[in-house]
Design a protein around this ligand. Structure first.
Ligand code: CAA
Length: 379
């Protein structure tokens, strides 16, 4: 594994650090308070190439590798985890399956607008009775000869109602279990497709999560994505990419909260000296830094394996598990070291504390990550 950054990676990091600090950080607090989707900054991220980062220029992508992509999500998430997940869901869970499983016609039709950020993409897997047990899909897709008819609902869908293009999993043959699941490209505005309840979330409030409702939804025949009955594999392999991005989001949150705490400790004085002069606190900061750096190595190794074309399912699960647990530890200490100021909304660590929790839940809970990792150990 390479431990030095390429010139391109250094440039992307610098560009996104500047963008995040000048364009995203100033709106993060208001966006969180109002649970408002950040249309303007997402459009600007599109112009910077971030909404199609790890895809070839041939389809309108930025042609970056996965390591550069996760460094970008990390940089953005240092100041705002909502922006981090918007970038991540769009790239990994909508653009990636269309790029990987789509026909040439589907790629030419959908990717240019998705990769430029003109269109936003989303992923419809989770249902009321199919969360961790994702194979228990109850949404059905019936072959009507010249089109598909989708019926059912999806919940907690990031970008639900906002996105233009959705990769949706549905049962085409219930008797075959997970091999009866197929995936489809569904567009906003297709007849019978609507947004249901919008969730009022604890954190990442700028990223909208909503229910999707399919009532005799008519989907063109050619919008089947990948082979019939392979939808579960489409979903699981997309989540392998997604989990790298959520790990990057968690790592960014941890680094962001850590940086805020360093600044706070240097300026906050109690008992006549600044907080960093108290050895118990300074030593805990040493532990936090070591954990963040260790998590970064686990994540960059997983991304590097994907870039080298090696299997990375287990490494992505390890990265998500490690980065989200480190983020939990760091944001907790960050609030603690800010004292009462950490518990009020004047300081970003309060938002970071709420934003972090979901990184241990979505795109597979920590328990699912342990299922994937232990399954490999004892296979
Ligand atoms: N890539 C390709 N294929 C895979 C795969 C992967 N990573 N993982 C499993 N498969 C295949 C298996 O090889 C197997 O195929 P065969 O039957 O041909 O051998 C098939 O899928 C079934 O595998 P399992 O028996 O392991 O499946 P399972 O039903 O026991 O489920 C699970 C395993 C790991 C628990 C899985 O259901 C899972 O990951 N659940 C969590 C779901 C999840 O992450 N949801 C997130 C929703 S999206 C989201 O959160 C987005 C957001 O808001 C931002």
């Amino acid at each position: 594994m390479e431990f030095s950054y390429s010139r391109e990676q250094e440039m992307v990091k610098k560009m996104l650090k500047e963008f995040a600090e000048t364009e995203i950080e100033p709106i993060a607090e208001e966006m969180d308070a109002e649970a408002a989707y950040p249309y303007e900054t997402v459009a600007k991220l599109g112009k910077l190439g971030v909404m199609g980062m790890p895809f070839p220029a041939e389809y309108g992508g930025a042609g970056a590798d996965y390591l550069t992509y996760i460094m970008a999500v990390e940089e953005i998430s240092k100041v705002c985890a909502s922006h981090g997940v918007i970038v991540q869901t769009h790239n990994a869970l909508c653009c990636w399956p269309i790029f990987t499983y789509g026909t040439e016609e589907q790629k030419r039709k959908y990717l240019p607008k998705l990769l430029s950020g003109e269109h936003l993409g989303a992923f419809g897997l989770t249902e009321p009775n199919a969360g961790t047990d994702a194979a228990m899909q109850q949404t059905t897709a019936k072959d009507m000869g010249d089109h598909w008819l989708l019926n059912g609902s999806k919940i907690f869908i990031s970008g639900g109602g906002i996105a233009d293009v959705y990769v949706v999993m549905a049962m085409t043959d219930k008797s075959k279990g997970n091999k009866g699941i197929s995936s489809f490209i569904v567009e906003k505005g297709m007849p019978g497709f609507s947004r249901g309840k919008k969730e009022n979330k604890m954190g990442i409030r700028g990223s909208i999560a909503a229910e999707l409702v399919f009532e005799d939804c008519v989907v063109p025949k050619e919008n089947l994505l990948g082979p019939l009955g392979k939808g579960f594999k489409v979903a699981m392999s997309s989540l392998d990419v997604g989990r790298l991005g959520i790990a990057a989001q968690a790592l960014g949150l941890a680094q962001g909260a850590f940086d805020q705490t360093v600044d706070y400790m240097k300026q906050r004085k109690q008992f006549g000296r600044s907080l960093n002069k108290f050895q118990a606190l300074a030593f805990e900061m040493a532990n936090m830094k070591t954990e963040i750096d260790a998590a970064r190595f686990v994540l960059y190794n997983a991304a590097n394996r994907r870039d080298r074309g090696l299997s990375s399912t287990v490494e992505a699960a390890q990265a998500k598990l490690k980065c989200s647990e480190v983020a939990s530890y760091v944001v907790d200490k960050a609030v603690q070291f800010h004292g009462g100021y950490g518990y009020i909304k004047d300081y970003p660590v309060e938002r970071m504390y709420r934003d972090q929790k979901i990184t241990e839940i979505y795109e597979g809970t920590s328990e699912v990550m342990k299922m994937v990792i232990s399954g490999d150990i004892f296979k």
